[in-house]
Write a protein that binds this ligand. Structure first.
Ligand SMILES: [Zn+2]
Length: 392
C-alpha cells in the first residue's frame, strides 16, 4: 500500500494510452474510420487522458457529466470535477456520425491519428452558459472563453483509447513523466507528502522562495511545468528547464526538488483552474498544490485570492490534494531578505519588483540583473537565450 495520496475518484490510476503492443493494430483499425478533427486544446486533453492525469475519466464527457461539471463541479455520479473535458464538432461533421460509431481522433492541423473513440452521445451545448459558470464571464476577450466560443456547437462524448502522445515523449524525454512514473519516483525517494508547484516560467527568487516554503512543510517539492501550446514571447521549454535545473542544483539540497512537465494547455479559468490543477496533481501523487496570488488567472477577471478561497467552498472529501495558500513573495530591502505580502510590514517602495517586460529588457540588453531578483546561474542561461534571439 502506497503512503502517497490515492488517485482521484477512489480507484486506481486510469491511463487510457493503449499498450505499446496494441497501438499498431488500433491505429490500423482507426485508419479505416471517419476522422474527427481536434483542436490543440482537445489534443492536450486527449494526452492528459492518455497518461492518466484525468483519472477517473474514461473519455470525453457526455451530456450529464458536462452539465454537472459546469453547474456543480461534479460528474453525474457525484465525483468532484470542476472543468468540463469535452470534444466539439461543427454540426455538419457531427451529423455524419451515428451514435455507437467508432471514430478516429485526429490532429486538425496535421491529420495525424492520435486516438480512437466510440461515439456514445451527441449533444448541443449552450456556450454562454458554460462560460458563465466556468470562467465567470462571457467576455470573448478572455482567452479561455474565446476558445469555447470558437468550438463547434455539438459535443460528442464517449470512451477513448489513446494511440499516440504526439511529440511529447521524444521531445521532452526525462521531463515528460506520467502519473505512474512520478508516483514511483516519489516512493523511491521515500516522499509521502509532496507539494506541486506549477510554472510556465523560468524561476526567479520569488518563485524559488514559494517552492522552498512548500518544501519546508512537506517531504519534497514537485516543480511541474506546463508544456502545452506556448504564447508568443514565452521562453521555450528547453531553456526554461535548464534555468530551473540550475536553480535546483545550486540552491536546493539534493532529494528535495524534482522537475517535470505535462501536456496541459491553459484555460486561464482562475479559481476553477486552480481546482483542476489540484485534482491533476493528486493523480500525480501530490498531497498539496502551491496556490499563490492570481493562480491561473488572466487580466482582471478574478480577484487575486479567488483561487485560494474557492478551495474552502468544496464539500468534505471532494479533493484530497490540499492547497498551500501562499501570499505574493518578493525581496524586501527593509527586511533584508525574501518576504511575503502576509508578513512583511513595509511599504511597496521597499520591495523589489521587476515586470516581465523589464526582465526581458535587462536580459536581452546585457544590463545587470539584481542578485535579489534572480540567481546568477539562472540569469546566465536566460541571457544566452535572449542573446541567441538577436543573432537569428
Ligand atoms: Zn519588509
Amino acid at each position: 500500500m502506497s503512503d502517497l495520496v490515492p488517485p482521484h475518484g477512489g480507484g486506481s490510476l486510469r491511463p487510457l494510452l493503449g499498450s505499446l503492443a496494441s497501438r499498431g493494430e488500433t491505429l490500423r483499425r482507426a485508419e479505416r474510420l471517419k476522422k474527427v478533427p481536434m483542436t490543440s486544446r482537445e489534443i492536450s486533453d486527449l494526452f492528459m487522458l492518455g497518461m492518466g492525469a484525468y483519472t477517473p475519466l474514461a473519455g470525453f464527457m457526455g451530456h450529464d457529466d458536462w452539465r454537472a461539471s459546469v453547474t456543480d463541479m461534479r460528474l453525474a455520479d457525484g465525483t468532484f470535477w470542476p472543468i468540463p473535458i469535452t470534444l466539439s464538432l461543427a454540426r455538419s461533421i457531427a451529423d455524419g456520425l451515428a451514435v455507437g460509431e467508432e471514430v478516429a481522433l485526429a490532429d486538425a492541423e496535421t491529420g495525424e491519428i492520435l486516438g480512437q473513440m466510440v461515439v456514445r452521445e451527441k449533444y448541443t451545448i449552450d456556450r454562454d452558459f458554460e462560460c458563465r459558470h466556468v470562467f465567470r464571464t462571457t467576455d470573448s476577450r478572455h482567452p479561455g472563453v474565446e476558445k469555447v466560443m470558437r468550438q463547434g456547437e455539438v459535443n460528442i462524448g464517449g470512451p477513448v483509447v489513446v494511440i499516440s502522445e504526439g511529440e511529447y515523449p521524444a521531445k521532452y524525454k526525462e521531463l515528460y513523466l506520467r502519473p505512474e512514473e512520478t508516483r514511483a519516483e516519489f516512493e523511491r525517494r521515500g516522499w509521502k507528502q509532496v507539494a506541486a508547484f506549477q510554472t510556465r516560467n523560468p524561476m526567479h527568487r520569488s518563485h524559488e522562495h514559494l517552492a522552498k516554503i512548500a518544501a519546508e512543510v512537506t517531504d519534497g517539492v514537485f516543480i511541474h511545468q506546463v508544456l502545452g501550446k506556448l504564447k508568443a514571447g514565452d521562453i521555450p521549454a528547453e531553456v526554461r528547464t535548464r534555468a530551473i535545473q540550475a536553480m535546483i542544483d545550486n540552491y536546493f539540497k539534493p532529494n528535495i526538488a524534482i522537475q517535470a512537465g505535462y501536456p496541459i494547455e491553459m484555460r486561464y479559468a482562475g479559481p476553477r483552474e486552480a481546482l483542476i490543477h489540484a485534482l491533476i496533481r493528486q493523480n500525480f501523487g501530490c498531497s498539496h498544490l502551491v496556490v499563490g496570488r492570481d493562480h491561473a488567472g488572466v487580466g482582471s477577471y478574478y480577484g487575486p485570492l479567488d483561487a485560494q478561497h474557492v478551495f474552502d467552498e468544496l464539500w468534505e472529501g471532494a479533493l484530497l490534494c490540499k492547497p498551500l495558500k501562499i501570499d505574493v513573495t518578493f525581496y524586501c530591502y527593509k527586511c533584508a531578505g525574501m518576504a511575503t505580502g502576509k508578513t512583511c510590514p513595509h511599504d511597496h517602495k521597499h520591495h523589489l519588483s521587476v515586470s516581465g517586460t523589464r526582465q526581458r529588457e535587462m536580459l536581452s540588453k546585457g544590463e545587470e540583473v539584481p542578485a535579489e531578483f534572480s540567481r546568477p546561474e539562472v540569469v546566465a542561461i536566460l541571457r544566452e537565450y535572449y542573446g541567441s534571439l538577436g543573432k537569428e
